[in-house]
Structures are given as C-alpha cells and as structure tokens.
Design a protein around this ligand. Structure first.
Ligand code: NAD
Length: 249
C-alpha cells in the first residue's frame, strides 16, 4: 500500500542515518522526495544510492545552508515551483555533543541550537504559507529520547530537543485550524553515524538498560515518520512519539 501516493516531501538531513531511512520509506510509499544534504556532494551521493536501488525513484537533492533563512526560503520556493506543492516537511538534520558543562564551549552550544532548533524554525517558516494556501500539510520534527529524560552530560543537545518538543506542541495548536498537523518522533539510541561515533564505554552501558535489548534501526524510526506523515494519523497532532525500546537513559 502506498501511504504517501502523490505527496511531495522535503527531508532535511536526508543524506544519511535516520533521514536517509525516512527518504527511502517515503519513496517506497509513493512520495516524491527532495532530500537536503549539508553539501552538494553528500546530497548527490545519497540520491545516486537511492537511484541504484530503484532508478524510477522520484528523488532530488538540494543543499541549502540551514543556518541561512533566506537561502532556505529561496530553495524551498524553487521546490514549490518545480513540484507544485510541499505536502510534508521533515526537520531532521541534527548534531550532538556530550561535553560536560565544565568544559562546554559557548560556540558549541550555539552551533547545536543553530542547527537543531533554528533551522527547524526557518524551514517551517518557509513552508507554512504554502501549506496554509493548499489547506493542509504535515510538519514532522526529529526529537529524541533525551527530550523527555535529559542526559547526564552534553546539556546542549537535550536542551535543543526539549525546544523542538515545545515548537511541535505549540505549532500543532497554532496551525490546526489550517489542517496542518505538527508532530515529532523521539528516537532512542539508533544505529547511525551519530551513535557509532560514541565511545564503546558510553554506548554499551546504555544498550544494557534498553528493555527491548538492542538499539533501534533507522527503519524503526522511519516507520513512525511514515505513520505520522500519512492519513493514517489524520487526527494526530502535537504528539511526541517515542521510538526507543522503552529506553530510559
Ligand atoms: P547522522 O549524523 O547520521 O545524520 C545527521 C544528518 O544531519 C545528516 O544527514 C547530515 O547531513 C545532517 N547535518 C549535519 N550537520 C548539518 C548541517 N550543518 N547542515 C545541514 N545538515 C546537516 O545522525 P542521525 O542519527 O541520523 O540523526 C538524525 C536526527 O535524529 C538528528 O536530529 C538527531 O538528533 C536525531 N536522533 C538521533 C538519535 C540516534 O541515536 N542516532 C537518537 C535520537 C535522535
């Protein structure tokens, strides 16, 4: 069943990890997808990889600077002109750092906020007028398990994800009257570069506490995005959907 048949979706951070799995899942379900990468090279490589799997996939890459609201606006305007609409936006690009507060650099904190929070705001702003005009749309944010429990070091990252939950819940209430649904998925520990770059002594104790006994796969998370993007979730908005194997770290 193609749950997203004919829909146009933009996915930030779509070149690898969770974002790449979301792009693939959406394509398998009939969407046309524009994936945003941080650089032309990585965006094009991701598109190539998907086309190798299925040359018919309607997927394109773009690489706006996500710290620049006018560049995002211009870039999404071109998408709208070319594809006629933007039905779904996934704000997924994100970075993390685990420094202790004692040596946390203000620039590092700012960098996390800029990408994890501000870029989601800029991208959302760049699509809401289109969605309002077309009387509907879906905005999805990638939050995190740490947005609920915090984490014992690296306070910038959970802070950014608490902010994303706030944006999700507030915009769900503000935009409901335009039939724009706004939800977030809060993954637990998921098997991507973000996690494989963590030292073993950090990751192993975390896995040991996960009731389902394993880390999540990007596809586990992408399945939740598919549900929330589709009409199956037509009465669901303002939700932070945990996909974490009941992890509580
Ligand atoms: P990843 O490092 O594999 O991918 C991050 C994505 O963000 C990449 O596509 C990258 O191109 C993009 N990105 C990074 N810096 C960028 C920049 N400056 N400009 C534009 N794009 C940039 O990580 P991932 O694990 O797939 O993370 C994706 C999202 O999932 C993030 O928001 C992350 O916070 C969240 N998340 C991940 C986990 C996990 O365990 N992996 C858990 C909870 C939440």
């Amino acid at each position: 069943m193609e749950l997203l048949k004919g829909k146009v979706a933009v996915v930030t951070g779509g070149s690898r990890g969770i974002g790449f799995a979301i792009v693939k899942k959406f394509l398998e379900n009939g969407a046309r997808v524009i994936l945003c990468g941080s650089r032309q090279e990585t965006a094009e490589r991701a598109v190539e990889k998907l086309k190798e799997e299925n040359s018919e996939y309607p997927v394109t890459g773009i690489w706006p600077d996500l710290s620049n609201s006018s560049e995002i606006e211009e870039s999404f305007k071109r998408v709208k002109e070319e594809f006629g609409t933007i039905d779904i936006l996934v704000n997924n690009a994100g970075i993390s750092a685990r420094d202790s507060i004692f040596n946390y650099k203000p620039e590092e904190f700012q960098k996390i906020m800029d990408l994890n929070v501000n870029s989601a705001f800029y991208c959302t702003k760049a699509v809401v007028e289109y969605m309002k005009e077309q009387e509907g749309g879906v905005i999805l944010n990638t939050s995190s398990m740490v947005s609920i429990y915090g984490q014992p070091s690296g306070c910038g990252y959970p802070t950014s994800k608490f902010a994303i939950n706030g944006m999700t819940k507030s915009l769900a209430r503000e935009l409901g009257k335009y039939h724009i649904r706004v939800n977030a998925v809060a993954p637990g520990v998921t098997n991507t570069d973000m996690v494989s770059s963590l030292p073993k002594e950090v990751i192993q104790p975390i896995i040991a506490t996960i009731p389902l006994g394993r880390v999540g796969e990007p596809e586990d998370v992408a399945n939740a995005f598919l549900y929330l993007a589709s009409d199956m979730a037509s009465y669901v908005t303002g939700v932070i959907l945990s996909v974490d194997g009941a992890a509580r770290s």
